[in-house]
Design a binder for this molecule. Structure first.
Ligand SMILES: Cc1cc2nc3c(=O)[nH]c(=O)nc-3n(C[C@H](O)[C@H](O)[C@H](O)COP(=O)(O)O)c2cc1C
Length: 351
């Protein structure tokens, strides 16, 4: 049904316009408690075999929505009601900013991919905090992903992240330092260990000081050299971070300027996951993202050592019931393999 709608109508419309309409519809859903609850009861993962715990948080399933869809925390509950086991909102920056000029979002339909150069368009940390403070009508695990305000120079980056962390860490089930988006000039330089160490240490201090101690993760790019992946992993261990999210979009492509996501990212995303697992074992929670389309992809990531798996681009092609059907397939697969809990699968093929 969605496929038909996509090929007949949606693919001919401006992707960012569709995105904003979708967010508006979901935000409306968020303020309709009865519908939201009904959807949640019907679509959210309820199979106990899917439950996982990571960094002290209990997730109803390992699969969630990656950052960048709900940049302003406008509809996290509605997205949970559609079946995502968690929703990562953001990237939020300390100050509101418009992002790059349009057009900045491009479908690459033949590759089931997307290129974006959005540039962290968002209403800023205080606005996101206001939304996150609203009481939750349905259970939702909400991670908050923070990034650097574009106009802030690299030398003041740590303070800028700290400003966002102070505002948002107390409201987040987990916090993510994003240093890997390709569309903020210089941002990915912050992945260099000598710049990353003081930045993560400063944000960690804030995350540790919240009443519940907010778990802290760092999100990395697929374009890091393998040695740099190892270096970030070592740093995350050294600083006592809770996990690593791998990966963001790649700039290794020949299309429009921006980061490529979706199917072409799959192989490198898995490669980075395997490398991280070999380096850190189960001492950190690994969150795998990049080119996840179906239950086979989720299964592969779990086996390779990811405790949580995320996706975004495949929803553009798969539609609003994507997460729900993926969870249904995952439950079936567990049954078929005679596995009582998805946690038994994690890291099973890792060295
Ligand atoms: C339109 C778009 C916007 C994105 N914005 C962000 C963002 O603001 N912050 C972030 O950490 N990742 C962002 N991402 C990256 C995704 O979270 C994810 O890491 C990447 O798309 C790979 O997953 P996928 O292949 O399932 O889409 C964005 C991706 C897309 C397609």
């Amino acid at each position: 049904m969605y496929r038909l709608l996509f090929s007949l109508v949606l693919r001919h419309l401006d992707p960012e316009r569709i995105h904003h309409l979708t967010i508006r519809a979901l935000a409306l859903l968020s303020v309709l408690p009865v519908v939201k609850k009904l959807l949640h009861r019907t679509l959210a993962p309820s199979d106990p075999a899917l439950r996982v715990s990571a960094f002290g948080v209990h997730f109803p399933s390992p699969f969630g929505l990656a950052a960048g869809f709900d940049k302003d925390a406008a509809c996290a509950e509605a997205l949970s009601a559609l079946g995502f086991g968690h929703v990562e909102v953001g990237t939020v920056t300390a100050h509101a900013q418009p992002g790059n000029p349009r057009p900045r979002l491009f479908r690459v339909t033949e590759d089931r991919a997307v290129i974006n150069r959005m540039g962290f368009n968002n209403a800023g940390a205080p606005a996101a905090a206001r939304r996150l403070r609203r009481t939750r009508g349905v259970p939702a695990i909400v991670g908050v992903n923070i990034g650097k305000t574009k106009v802030v120079p690299e030398s003041e980056a740590a303070d800028d992240y700290v400003t966002s962390a102070k505002e948002l860490a107390p409201l987040a089930d987990y916090l993510v330092v994003n240093v890997s988006s390709p569309n903020t000039p210089g941002l990915r330089n912050l992945q260099a260990v000598e710049l990353l160490r003081p930045l993560l240490a400063a944000v960690k201090q804030v995350a540790d000081s919240t009443p519940r101690r907010t778990p802290l993760l760092v999100k990395i790019a697929p374009d890091l050299a393998d040695d740099d992946v190892d270096a970030v992993a070592d740093l995350a261990l050294e600083l006592g971070l809770d996990g690593i999210i791998a990966t963001n979009t790649t700039i290794r492509h020949s299309g429009e300027t921006g980061g490529l996501s979706g199917r072409p990212l799959k192989a490198r995303s898995v490669e980075v996951l395997r490398r991280l697992r070999a380096r850190v074992g189960d001492r950190l929670t690994l969150v795998s993202v990049g080119g996840v389309e179906n239950v086979d992809d989720v299964w592969e990531r779990l086996l390779a050592g990811a405790t949580l798996v995320q996706g975004y681009t495949a929803m553009i092609y798969g539609g609003p019931l994507w997460a729900h059907s993926l969870h249904r397939d995952l439950s079936r697969r567990l049954k078929r393999h005679g596995v009582k809990s998805v946690t038994e699968v994690i890291g099973r093929t890792a060295p």
